[in-house]
Ligand binder design. Structure first.
Ligand code: IFM
Length: 721
């Protein structure tokens, strides 16, 4: 089995020329992080990185709508004032090391024309060997690089206290705290001059703790700053680089025919891995630790976009995010009780406590107040949380997660749907007054995605509870009856799902009437107007197809408990694609995935490319606030689940590649049931190499067991060779 990362790191380095226009998005894109802490990816030589340039997972401020607490700034380095610098940033994805090069392009205070001759080079990393440790080394001319304090306070904010203190021996400490938690750093630095060159080497050790949280999370471990100073920058950097390379061994993706896409996918994988952690719970917000957007709140982005990628790329790193949800089950049960219902209702936006923290009001482009209803209506999150736990179990076989709280989540979320559904006189079940993934249409009844996922939740929980014997038979049967009777909007005669009750009666306007997607169609047409049309924000019915696919390879042993009607994907695609504005970054990758599953890989390429470039090109103009982790997780899923057709099918890994010619040969490395597996596929052939024997179900072939499975595609059918 060939390994990843043979040869040089070319193909692993993302480079940016920093301009005034892209500065903020580069900061986000080049973030260095280790699941616990993240720092924006520029040298803070102007002291003007975005407020909150260092963040800690799960540590929020004390606002009513909590946001991530800005931590001590450790990457500020004072350079001579009055200079202008051209900046180049190179993030090595293979090693998790950031290099920033500054070249003097301004007139010297000494009057000499030194343009291009004065160069400052900085190396920064957030250690993944020791998650508290951050390191920086800066080299440049002595007259340019000035040693300042190794730590600075973040921007003052109401309700946030900052306590600096000198700990002696050249080290200093700084704690930033709110009533919800605190981030502390202790830092030391060594300044060495050799001739006219100065090198500053800085070590900062971070710790975070939360107050009144669900788990009493506290982080910070390993060597003191004095110890790390003794170990030295070079050795600690080597350890960190080695660990990153080890990570990639079992998850790197190669796409040599499309180096642009290859680099974009690796960047996405880098950010997914950098956002995750395994030693305790980790709150992965919609932008990870790469920026303040969405205030670091946890959405379904984590459950059904980020986690499925992590469960297959680095299952141990998925653990912290799963634990985050499991630990917040009591809060979700409180929420349900407050609604007068049973079971657990997870919040649409979640922070430390697990209570709903979505804002209730926003402003439109004209400054007019608009109510935000997602916090009370976007309840599909309840089933999304359950789905991600089950998906992790199916990929990893880590059944112990059930006993560790996973089963309780499945059962309590099912209980929520059982009490949430209302029955009409004909015995049909309805879930009324919701928002589906398409957030343009509010307070709708029987959203197909919500009902479909709720039905899946009820049936899956019934199956798990039957196995564990933890729920009375009568209760389980009632879940199955509800699942059976929930309306799902499917019309067998037309073969399509109605997105919600009454959707087909809306004005049949297509997105093209508003503009070329992706576009925020609601902003173009207005919040109220868009609701009267069939234009939707993002994949909704199509998202249901993505999570509950209708096509599994023949020979699959244990099918998912709920799949969609055969043939409905094609009809739903034809209906919804021209009506989707892709006003959310979550939409393009899922569209690519389902197009590939529908056997239209060529058509999928456009959406895949859009997802791949979403942050690199700052398509929505929002990357400054942090990279879109869900888009990145969706990109991985589009390749793995869409183009490669990977699915858990009982104990077998189902594979059904549908790759467009222009992708050439693509190599995907995954973990399947603790076994590293390398899959190489093109439009014509498939090679699967596993480190141990595994069951593989190749589409149309049936299940075979082995370490080395090879197949050729002839006349649209796979044949083992
Ligand atoms: O979760 C998403 C939602 O689907 C669309 N609006 C943004 C949220 C956070 O990314």
């Amino acid at each position: 089995m060939t390994t990843a990362l043979e040869g040089s790191d070319e193909g692993w380095i993302v480079r940016f020329e920093v301009t005034a226009a892209n500065r903020r998005s580069v900061e986000a894109l080049a973030t260095i992080a280790n699941g616990r802490f993240g720092t924006r990816g520029l040298l803070d030589h102007r002291g003007d990185l975005i407020p909150g340039s260092t963040l800690a997972a799960g540590v929020y401020d004390g606002d009513d709508v909590p946001g991530l607490l800005p931590g001590p700034r450790w990457s500020v380095v004072d350079l001579s004032s009055g200079r202008s610098w051209s900046e180049t940033v190179a993030l090595n994805l293979a090693t998790g090391v950031l290099r920033v090069e500054l070249v003097d392009v301004g007139p010297g205070e000494d009057g000499a024309n030194l343009v291009g001759q004065r160069t400052v080079v900085a190396t920064l990393l957030a250690s993944i060997v020791d998650a508290g440790l951050h390191m920086l080394q800066v080299t440049g001319p002595v007259e340019v690089v000035h040693p300042g304090p190794p730590l600075r306070a973040p921007e003052p904010r109401p309700g946030v206290r900052v306590q600096p203190f000198d700990v002696g021996g050249g080290s200093m400490s700084l704690t930033v705290g709110s009533e919800r938690g605190s981030i502390s750093a202790t830092a030391t630095q060594v300044v060495r001059d050799v001739g006219r060159q100065r090198t500053i080497t800085r070590f900062a050790r971070f710790e975070s703790c939360v107050d009144g949280g669900a788990s009493g999370l506290s982080t910070g471990s390993g060597r003191s700053v004095a110890d790390v100073e003794r170990a030295g920058f070079a050795r600690l950097r080597r350890e960190h680089e080695h660990r990153w390379r080890q990570r990639w061994e079992t998850c790197a993706i190669d796409m040599p025919a499309r180096p642009d896409l290859e680099l974009a996918i690796r960047l996405a994988q880098y950010h997914l891995l950098a956002a995750a952690g395994n030693d305790d719970e980790v709150a992965i917000g919609a932008r990870g630790l790469t920026g303040p957007a969405y205030r670091g709140h946890v959405f379904w982005d984590t459950d059904v976009f980020v986690l499925p990628a992590l469960s297959a790329m680095a299952p141990d790193l998925a653990h912290g995010a799963l634990l985050y949800r499991i630990n917040r089950l009591p809060a979700a049960m409180n929420e349900s009780a407050e609604q007068g219902l049973t079971g657990a209702c997870y919040p649409w936006e979640s922070a430390l406590s697990g209570a709903e923290v979505a804002p209730t009001e926003g402003r439109d482009l004209h400054g007019k107040s608009v109510p935000i209803l997602t916090g009370t209506e976007e309840q599909h999150i309840v089933a999304d949380v359950a789905w991600s736990i089950m998906n992790h179990l199916r990929w990893t076989g880590a059944d112990e997660l059930l006993a560790a709280g996973g089963a309780d989540v499945l059962i309590e979320t099912a209980r929520y749907w059982q009490s949430r559904a209302a029955f009409d006189d004909g015995g049909f079940g309805h879930i009324r007054g919701v928002i589906g993934p398409d957030e343009y249409h509010e307070t709708v009844d029987d959203n197909a995605f919500t009902n479909g996922m709720a039905r899946w939740n009820l049936r899956t929980a019934a199956a798990v509870a039957a196995e564990l014997g933890t729920v009375e038979d009568e209760e389980r049967r009632s879940w199955l009856r509800t699942a059976e009777n929930l309306v799902d909007g499917y019309s067998p005669s037309e073969g399509i799902h109605e997105q919600f009750a009454g959707y087909f009666r809306l004005e049949p306007v297509l997105t093209a009437a508003v503009g070329e997607p992706p576009l925020p169609a609601d902003v173009h047409t207005g919040h109220d107007r868009i609701q009267q049309t069939q234009i939707i924000k993002q994949a909704d019915v199509l998202m249901l197809h993505h999570l509950l696919p209708d096509t599994l390879p023949a020979g699959s042993l244990d099918l998912l408990p709920d799949t969609l009607p055969a043939g409905s994907l094609e009809c739903d695609l034809d209906h919804y694609l021209p009506r989707t504005a892709h006003g959310s970054s979550l939409s393009p990758a899922i569209t690519a995935s389902v197009l590939a599953r529908a056997g239209r890989p060529q058509q999928a390429v456009r959406w895949f490319e859009l997802a791949a470039r979403f942050d690199l090109d700052d398509v929505s103009g929002t990357t400054a606030g942090g990279v879109h982790l869900a888009t990145m997780g969706g990109l991985w899923q589009a390749l793995a689940n869409g183009f490669f057709g990977l699915r858990p099918a009982g104990d077998a890994l189902a594979v059904d590649p549908r790759l467009p010619d222009e992708f050439g040969v693509v190599t995907l490395r995954i973990n399947w049931r603790s076994v590293p597996v390398r899959l190489e596929a093109s439009a014509e052939q498939l090679i699967i190499e596993a480190q141990e024997e595994i069951d593989v179900a190749v589409a149309g072939v049936g299940t075979t067991r082995g370490r080395d499975v090879r197949a050729l595609r002839r006349d649209e059918r796979w044949e083992l060779t």
